[in-house]
Write a protein that binds this ligand. Structure first.
Ligand code: ADP
Ligand code: MG
Length: 424
């Protein structure tokens, strides 16, 4: 039998005016079979949404092909419908009108569209809310509308882009369970689901198979069949073994370039404050042993994915070491956790200079100026060439936070000027 969906050699490069092209996807090959629930996992910014948009035919790939039922797709993919993280509802339309939008391209009378939409609202648990407006609904209910709008066209493939990420923990869990029930009990005609997520537990809970993307540019680094009976017990050893395995794959870094080479996408720093990092290292020191990453998450009562940036940052600075799903402090990390507030700043400074090339670059530039200062825009533009405007802005904020903590620089908010600390 043909694959329901097949991607061959998909590459995607964004051309950005005034800077280098940005390669986001590299040689993605992927098949989705009928009856399959596939999760695509990757760190944020790795290109997951871009991949999904290409599958849906909303944007073209730079090269490679997308086929649906053995036929190459040009333009919008007729076999799919999409659910977005942001719900993407129209505030001026009622619930049922929003759902009817899912039938926009179908040749069908308005009455018929309305009737189908009402049926779907019943299925997704929104019976009685058809005439409400999105602003009157909770987040969970809004996303039910989003799912209804996708389901109403009876797509063969349901594409979900981090559809549960914007919801609180309990609401997300209810919605996952309800969707899974519709799927497993065949209450919807959907033949396959592709769920894009950065949540490892979500993927292991929901999917039959997980594909793991690396970041910058995204390539498929691993394909894992999740061979667990339904319904799955998140606390079972088998479940945790899958989580552990995926976790260690995702925290394994591609080879880093040596310091002071030109900035590349790999040099993105994790979105973590120096304060949070300090707390994390203190906790590890408290535990005083090699620790399973998932046990650590349990202890913090945090979602494991919230941990990723902390682990990435502490590993980037060589304060921790991750092997096979375990994390431990390095000697530097232990030294840091036990040091006084002032000594910590020195240690942080040393690791920062050693392992974050852009920090060194910033200092060299500041030192080369007679007044030892520079406007923030200058650095932002440097970062923009590699990361694009939005990410560059965020990166610079985190970098400045780290460098201030390390007492390398000061930042004048009003004048938007960065200057070197006196003794640096
Ligand atoms: P994810 O969904 O995994 O968080 P995205 O697919 O949204 O990642 O983005 C991947 C990368 O592609 C990011 O670096 C982002 O800045 C870049 N990107 C996405 N869309 C565009 C675009 N239209 N133009 C330029 N760059 C883009
Ligand atoms: Mg995304």
């Amino acid at each position: 039998m043909d694959n329901l969906l097949e991607l061959k050699g998909i590459n995607k490069t964004f051309k950005i005016k005034g800077s280098d092209d940005s390669v986001v996807l590299e040689d993605i090959n992927l098949q989705v079979k009928e009856g399959e629930f596939l999760a695509v996992l990757g760190p944020s910014g790795s290109g997951k949404s871009t991949l999904l948009r290409i599958i849906a035919g909303l944007i073209p790939s730079t090269s490679g092909t997308v086929s649906y039922l053995g036929r190459q797709i040009h333009g919008v993919n007729p076999g799919v419908a999409m659910v977005f993280q942001s719900f993407a509802l129209f505030p001026w339309l009622t619930v049922v009108e929003n759902v009817m939008l899912g039938l926009e391209r179908k040749k069908m009378s308005t009455e018929m569209k309305k009737e189908k939409s009402m049926q779907v609202l019943d299925i997704v648990g929104l019976d009685g809310f058809e005439n409400a407006y999105p602003k009157e609904l909770s987040g969970g209910m809004r996303q039910r509308v989003g799912i209804g709008r996708a389901l109403v066209s009876e797509p063969d493939i349901l594409l979900m882009d981090e559809a549960f990420s914007a919801l609180d923990v309990l609401t997300a869990e209810n919605l996952r369970r309800d969707l899974l029930e519709l799927w497993l009990e065949k209450k919807i005609p959907t033949k396959s689901i592709v769920l894009i997520t950065h949540g490892i537990e979500e993927a292991v809970y929901m999917a039959d198979r997980a594909v793991i993307l690396s970041s910058g540019p995204a390539t498929i680094i691993k394909n894992i069949n999740i061979d667990l009976p339904r319904w799955r017990d998140r606390k079972s050893a088998e479940f945790l073994a899958y989580v552990d395995e995926i976790y260690s794959i995702m925290t394994k870094k591609k080879d880093r370039t040596t310091p002071l080479q030109v900035l590349s996408k790999k040099d993105i720093i994790p979105a973590v404050s120096a304060g949070a990092l300090t707390g994390f290292l203190e906790l590890l020191e408290d535990l005083n042993e090699k620790t399973d990453l998932y046990k650590l998450a349990d202890r913090f009562v945090m979602d494991m994915e919230d941990f990723l940036p902390l682990i990435e940052a502490s590993t980037l600075l060589h304060f921790t070491k991750v092997t096979e799903g375990d994390i431990e402090l390095t000697d530097y990390g232990t030294e840091f956790a036990r040091a006084s507030v002032l000594d910590r700043k020195k240690l942080f400074r040393r690791q920062l200079l050693k392992h974050v090339p852009f920090v060194k670059k910033m200092l060299t530039i500041l030192q080369s100026k007679s007044n030892k200062q520079m406007n923030i825009e200058f650095f932002e533009e440097l970062l923009t060439r590699t990361f694009g405007e939005t990410v560059a802005h965020q990166q610079l904020e985190w970098l400045i936070g780290w460098e201030r903590y390390a007492e390398l620089i000061e930042y004048d908010d009003n004048r938007e000027i960065i200057y070197l600390e006196e003794n640096v």
